[in-house]
Design a protein around this ligand. Sequence first.
Ligand SMILES: Cc1cc2nc3c(=O)[nH]c(=O)nc-3n(C[C@H](O)[C@H](O)[C@H](O)COP(=O)(O)OP(=O)(O)OC[C@H]3O[C@@H](n4cnc5c(N)ncnc54)[C@H](O)[C@@H]3O)c2cc1C
Length: 455
Amino acid sequence: MADPYDVIVIGGGPGGYHAAIRAAQLDKKTAVVEVDKPGGRCLNYACIPAKTMLHTAEILDRAEHSAELGVTVQGASLDWEALAERRAKVSETLSGGVKMLWDKNKVAMIEGQGSLTEDGNVAVGDDTYETEAVILATGSVALAIPGVEFSERVVDTWGAWSLPTLPKSIAVVGAGASGTEIASGYIRYGTEVTLIEMLPQILPAEDKDIARVVERVFKKQGIEVLTGTPISDVEPASKSVKAKVGDRELEVEYLCICGGRAPDTEGLGLEAAGVATGEGGKIEIDELQRTSNPKVFAIGDLVRGADLAHKAQEEGVVAAETIAGVSTHPVDPNLVPGATFCEPQVASVGMTEQQAKDAGRDVKVGRMKLGGVGASAVYDDRDGIVKLVADAEYGEILGAHVVGNRACDMIAELVDTIALEGGYQELARISHAHPTISEAVLDAARAVDGWAIHQ
Ligand SMILES: Cc1cc2nc3c(=O)[nH]c(=O)nc-3n(C[C@H](O)[C@H](O)[C@H](O)COP(=O)(O)OP(=O)(O)OC[C@H]3O[C@@H](n4cnc5c(N)ncnc54)[C@H](O)[C@@H]3O)c2cc1C
């Protein structure tokens, strides 16, 4: 048996690499077991490749629509191979960066498939590594929909972002964050896109007003949006795939299923090690990421709450600090922002207006169109709104919702305001730099009491 470790992290994604570095900073002898690449699925197959692809969609779209801004671009076109190369290079660079950070912090990387032994140590191949504590961070895997299997023509999100050639048509099933991002990317590459959602609205987790803006823009961009529409009879062939969508037949080059994800716990040895799982196979944890085995912690997509990289990262920090016995700060799931990088972007934190009402709260709402602030005309960026849902009596911000091209950056100040227990009245008095789209946040806060200046 090799020298014992203080902490072994299984899985080197955003959750795992943060946990390992934080443990090492706290003088714990730490290793990460990773069967694939540093940075996990997020850096190599999910968040980062998706955003790299979307960035190019934005550049192409800008090039094609910039004449009004005084820039004439002739013959802007997409070089699919160059884009695929860049996508791979960005992931490679960031993955290399994670490995460098591990080296710098003296975190050992053990390559291979890790599992728990019955006594809470870690087995990798024929080797067993003794450790004081284990952090499970193996993430999640894509789920198809009942009766449908992934294949060459029926792809998951990574399949969609890594197609060998630019398709003429694609249908995306599931209009959550990943599905809307794929639809939004491909429509701007020039592909025919059908976005299919079984529920009555796209982005079903988002506030209705926000989803409505995105749907309107998507339709304007040419995406065929089908809500409240089930898909069935999926029949992949060699060059296309057929399916029944509602009561019509659809034939497209590729069908992408964004049907959700399941925790990747296969072969981890949870049961033998006494690690309990609950709803949806997620590992049960307390607020300090402790599982039912006192030696074992779990973070990221393996545990309850939204499957988001930034949530995984913060949970990794909490697990490492708990193991090291230093004061920590449990992750508040209500303060984890959602971020969807379609065009226009969507970001939110806390409750939707409906959720707040369902929770029995007496709510007041402030809405501000981005088009109302000067910056939107300057930057030619008018689509979108900021919506604040506030408690009518005390002014607490119960939910904040932004749709617009900078939404995923703009949400940060709203998360901060809520985390620091600021109400909408405080927000309404905080100076925002001019001319920036963030001025719409200021006016949305003022709009709650009916005194938005630009409305
Ligand atoms: C298309 C797409 C886009 C997304 N975009 C965003 C986004 O923009 N922002 C955001 O916040 N979230 C996004 N997400 C979600 C995000 O990718 C996940 O929440 C995040 O990756 C979870 O991190 P993690 O550390 O739990 O696991 P992962 O990133 O899944 O990493 C787990 C790692 O564990 C390794 N592993 C698994 N089993 C073993 C084993 N037994 N032994 C050793 N290693 C193992 C895997 O190889 C992997 O490297 C996106 C997801 C998808 C699918």
